[in-house]
Design a protein around this ligand. Structure first.
Ligand SMILES: *[C@@H]1O[C@H](CO)[C@@H](O)[C@H](O)[C@H]1NC(C)=O
Ligand SMILES: *[C@@H]1O[C@H](CO)[C@@H](O)[C@H](O)[C@H]1NC(C)=O
Ligand SMILES: *[C@@H]1O[C@H](CO)[C@@H](O)[C@H](O)[C@H]1NC(C)=O
Length: 974
């Protein structure tokens, strides 16, 4: 028996050795490109005069050396070349890259010709972005084959012809942007034999604006749809607004302006209670004005230039407190302008010119402090009372009252124009100037080549362009989300353009040096073209078109050096690929054979052997559940050698970098500094512990690196930053329900650590900067750096040196040094109060726990006594019972006595119940949006939701026994 085993192992060992030798002799290394993909890239490149320089080397495209290419197992999975000034056409050979998932060539104005129909062969494609190029011809109907496609952006090209009906087959599509082309014909609707866009029930975005589309909208809409943005403005659509539109209650932006729509507005449009913007201007609509009083989230309304019947000002003029802008020019409105209109608290702009308003205009009393402009040109107004505190624009030109000398000031157009915001360069010397294409970087007053372009917001929820806070939030969102230095954004030329879009010229500056690398351009271009970047929510949907990058555009005129992968290299790669296939098969066989003999082999495969410690010292190989070992080189490559631009945070232990692995996975790498390294045993214990903890609301460990004196932990990358940053930057975007969901997610993560992890874990540093949010605002608790196993507790508490963060620290633990799970509960209570107040726990020397405790007043029906402490973004929610329960629960969590605090599991159940009530409460109508997400956190599952969309929650049965929330936990056996 033993003999047999020994005889068997010899050939396999030899094979392994042979493999090692082979792998070392193939220059491209293990992931050499597949020959078919190599020849496709070669063909693609041969049609470009200006491919990135890195493409001209003879190196293997899959070894990370080619900008914009990512591979998996030798197959190209991602081709991303945004903003790199490619000139030429896109080769049909792109259709050979059959494992491609991402194709982004956005913002290359020199890329022209037809879009290859062979793209329809890319069965794995999820993301196709050709925005901002110069493609012509028709959109190929073969795109309908792309069953995995979720993101399709062909906007701002020169496509002609009709929209192919086959796009209706893209059942996974969530983003469809065809805007700003020259498309004609009607929008396809399905028939018994042909598909149509009415079948796109998962799509959230229909952006078809600025084309020449004609025909009617009949049959296009139905209540199975989950659209949130319909942008059809500036086309030639005719016929009525279909009644079925009223059934799409998920809708947030509806722009049908600048078409030739006729007939009356269907009354059931009032069902669109989630609408933020309604723009039906410049059509030929008739009948009465619609009743919008049920649309309590409406910010912007424009019904100008239609043919409505004569009427008085509608009631909702004075009741819709959410309104920021009301425009009904040429609306046949008569009688008095209701004075309550100007008292709507958020109102910024009123345009009611060319109506029949008469009597006396009253702009008096408690008028909106945000009001910037009132245009009542050409009405019948005889007199006006204007409060002296209103010194902004008021236009009364063309009214009978203009004969009154006191009103003269309002009767000319020469009133002071509001000066729109512009990023200040005041701190730079006034004589500073830069040569040629370089510009002043506001961050350091140095000269650099900015990445610049036009940012267009198609439906902003405000009209005030003078408010610096609004635009400084936009600047901050660029720097944080695109990993730029603070202050390195220059905004200029802010205005509403002729399409009534808010247009801004944006220049982004490199964090170091004078120019961006090609890799940076590709990354930033993709973040903007794929909508990974999200502006503050009041800016609404956007598109971006980059200017050609000055440095590269200059380079192109110097002439291009064409060079492809040489035929020899392809042959070499092909041979290598063949050998590798054989090698892989060999390895699989090897693995299978060895399966029963794991113990003997551990000595060879145990990564800890390479740590230079014997298994005795390290207590045996680590028990890793799914975490993998990374080589230092691998992590260097994906962080550009730990460059500053990849740094996303730092702390006592060292720095955190973000990076993208070859397979496209984004990761956060925590790299210990020399001084803060752990001993090998501690490091191993930490990895073991972390790799065992798997829960959707905990940041999970992907792997680690222990090489050349480095200790690094590789975590999943959570894209939208910390809760603290979000509270700071995104303000009103985080409405009450979103905050409840964030609280619930984090509570679930902690409950898992306390109650289901084995052994249980006390976090010890729960705070808003340790709660991360993903694209869907799903909360993930991070940083178990200070975690303590409860296993070594005695009688439920651990006596240990006090650690934690001021402001979140449990006073009982601080005094007694007795640590228990209840210390985490205390800290979590503080986080709950942060969610309510938006403030840091300690601000201006005031401690939030004490402030809230002193302020609570159960008799204050409107604000529960907390008016001065509330985050303005949720002030309206303070009236609800749910809000009170939340504050009460937070106060229980921060009770001075640990024993009086609830357990984390109880906190979870309470918040679940609150959220349930929010959903089914008076506002609960919104939950009928037809989402199939049976997932309480609104993330994961099959539901894709766009950053702007309010992640939907559907009603479900969430009972109160533990097993009901068990499914959210992925319990990995020890
Ligand atoms: C204003 O117009 C309405 C309707 O056109 C009319 O009934 C009313 O008498 C007018 N009021 C004044 C003060 O002229
Ligand atoms: C307008 O009024 C505000 C406050 O009442 C004042 O600060 C500002 O200087 C005034 N602006 C002009 C142009 O008079
Ligand atoms: C592109 O955007 C989509 C939708 O927002 C998102 O699901 C996807 O992860 C993004 N891709 C990358 C590589 O970030």
């Amino acid at each position: 028996m033993e003999e047999a085993t020994r005889r068997r192992i010899t050939p396999t060992t030899t094979l392994l050795l042979a493999l090692a030798v082979l792998a070392a002799s193939v220059p491209a290394g293990f992931c050499a490109i597949n020959p078919q993909d190599a020849s496709a890239l070669n063909a693609i490149q041969s049609q470009w005069t200006n491919a990135p320089l890195s493409w001209s080397s003879a190196s293997d495209p899959c070894d990370g050396g080619w900008d914009g290419i990512m591979c998996s197992n030798g197959r190209v999975t991602s081709l991303r070349l945004s903003s790199v000034n490619i000139q030429g056409t896109l080769s049909d050979s792109v259709g050979q890259l059959t494992q491609l998932m991402y194709l982004d060539v956005s913002f290359n104005l020199g890329l022209n010709g037809r879009m290859p129909a062979t793209i329809g062969n890319l069965a794995q494609l999820t993301t196709l972005i050709l925005a901002g190029c110069s493609f012509t011809g028709a959109i190929p109907q073969q795109l309908g084959n792309l069953q995995q496609l979720s993101f399709l952006a062909l906007n701002s090209n020169k496509f002609t012809g009709t929209i192919p009906p086959t796009l209706g087959l893209l059942s996974n599509l969530f983003w469809l942007d065809l805007a700003d082309n020259q498309l004609t014909g009607s929008i396809p609707v399905s028939t018994a034999t042909t598909p149509g866009l009415d079948q796109l029930t998962h799509t959230k975005h229909f952006h078809f604006n600025k084309n020449q589309l004609s025909g009617t909208l009949t049959g296009l809409f139905n209540s199975n749809m989950s659209l949130i943005h319909i942008l059809f403005d500036s086309n030639q659509l005719t016929g009525p607004i279909p009644e079925e539109l009223g059934g799409i209650s998920s809708l947030q932006v509806l722009r049908l302006d600048r078409n030739s729509l006729k007939g009356t507005i269907p009354p059931n449009i009032s069902n669109l209670v989630n609408l933020n913007e309604l723009n039906l201007a410049s059509n030929q609509l008739t009948g009465p004005l619609p009743d919008l009083s049920s649309m309590t989230k409406l910010n912007v309304v424009d019904l100008s230039n239609n043919s409505f019947a004569v009427s008085a000002a509608p009631n909702w003029f004075t009741t819709l407190t959410s309104l920021t802008s009301v425009s009904i020019s040429s609306g046949k409105l008569s009688g008095a302008v209701p004075k309550g209109l100007f008292r709507l608290p958020q109102l910024q702009q009123v345009v009611l010119s060319n109506n029949e308003f008469n009597g006396t205009l009253e702009v008096t009393g408690n008028i909106s402090s945000q009001l910037q402009a009132i245009n009542l040109m050409n009405n019948g107004i005889a007199a006006a009372n204007v409060t002296p505190s209103y010194n902004k624009t008021l236009v009364l030109l063309g009214n009978p009252g203009c004969v009154d000398p006191e009103l003269k000031v309002f009767c000319s157009l020469k009133q002071e124009r509001m000066i729109a915001y512009n990023t200040s360069l005041a701190k730079c010397s006034s004589t500073a100037s830069c040569s040629s294409d370089q510009r002043l970087n506001p961050a350091n007053c140095g000269c650099a080549y900015p990445y610049a372009g036009k940012m267009v917001f198609r439906a902003p929820l405000f009209t005030d362009l003078t408010n610096s806070a609004t635009f400084q939030q936009l600047e901050a969102s660029f720097t944080t989300q695109l990993s730029l230095r603070d202050g390195s954004v220059f905004l200029s030329d802010i205005h509403f353009n002729s399409d009534n879009y808010l247009q801004i010229q944006v220049a982004l500056f490199p964090s170091s040096g004078v120019s961006f690398s090609v890799a940076d351009l590709i990354r930033i271009g993709f973040d903007l073209s794929n909508q990974t970047y999200k502006p503050p929510s009041n800016f609404g949907p956007y598109y971006f078109i980059a200017d050609p990058y000055a440095l590269l555009a200059g380079a192109s005129s110097r002439g291009s050096k064409k060079s492809h992968i040489s035929t020899g290299a392809i042959a070499g790669i092909a041979v290598a690929g063949g050998i590798l296939v054989i090698a892989l098969i060999g390895m699989v066989l090897f693995a299978l054979r060895q399966k029963r003999r794991v113990k003997e082999v551990t000595g060879r495969t145990d990564p800890f052997v390479s740590w230079g410690v014997s298994q005795k010292d390290s207590g045996g190989a680590p028990q890793l559940k799914g975490a993998r070992l990374f080589s230092l080189n691998e992590l260097k490559n994906c962080t550009n050698n730990f460059s500053d631009t990849h740094e996303i945070g730092s702390g006592g232990y060292g720095k955190v970098y973000k990076g993208t692995l070859v397979d496209g996975t984004r990761v956060a790498i925590k790299r210990a500094e020399r001084g803060s390294m752990q001993g090998v045993v501690e490091f191993k214990n930490e990895i073991e512990l972390l790799s065992r903890v798997h829960h959707r609301n905990l940041v999970s460990l992907i792997g680690f690196c222990y090489e050349q004196g480095e200790q690094m932990l590789v975590y999943e990358y959570v894209s939208s930053g910390t809760l603290r940053e979000n509270l700071l930057v995104r303000g009103t975007y985080l409405d009450w329900k979103k905050r409840l969901r964030i609280a619930l997610g984090s509570a679930r993560g902690l409950a898992y650590l306390h109650e289901l992890a084995d052994p249980p874990i006390i976090h010890r540093d729960v705070k808003s900067t340790n709660i991360l949010l993903d694209d869907h605002l799903k909360a993930k608790v991070a940083d178990f750096g200070l975690s303590k196993l409860v296993a070594d507790t005695q009688k439920g508490h651990v006596s240990t040196q006090v650690k934690g963060t001021l402001g979140y620290l449990d006073p009982e633990y601080y005094m007694t040094q007795q640590l228990s799970e209840k210390s985490d509960v205390y800290s979590f209570g503080v986080v709950m109060l942060e969610l309510v107040s938006g403030r840091q726990p300690i601000e201006s020397g005031k401690y939030i726990v004490r402030e809230v405790k002193l302020a609570i007043d159960p008799n204050d029906r409107d604000h529960y006594g907390l008016r001065g402490l509330l985050d303005p973004a949720i002030r309206d929610n303070a009236r609800t019972a749910g809000f009170r329960r939340f504050v009460q629960l937070a106060m229980l969590c921060v009770d001075e006595s640990a024993a009086a605090r609830p357990a984390m599991g109880e906190v979870v159940k309470d918040i679940e119940a609150m959220l349930q009530n929010e959903v089914s409460g008076p506002d609960g109508a919104t939950s009928s949006a037809g989402s199939s997400a049976n997932d309480f956190d609104g993330a994961g599952g099959g539901a894709r939701s766009h950053p702007y969309s309010d992640v939907e929650i559907t009603r479900g049965s969430y009972g109160d026994n533990a097993s009901d929330y068990m499914p959210y936990f992925e319990v990995k056996p020890k």
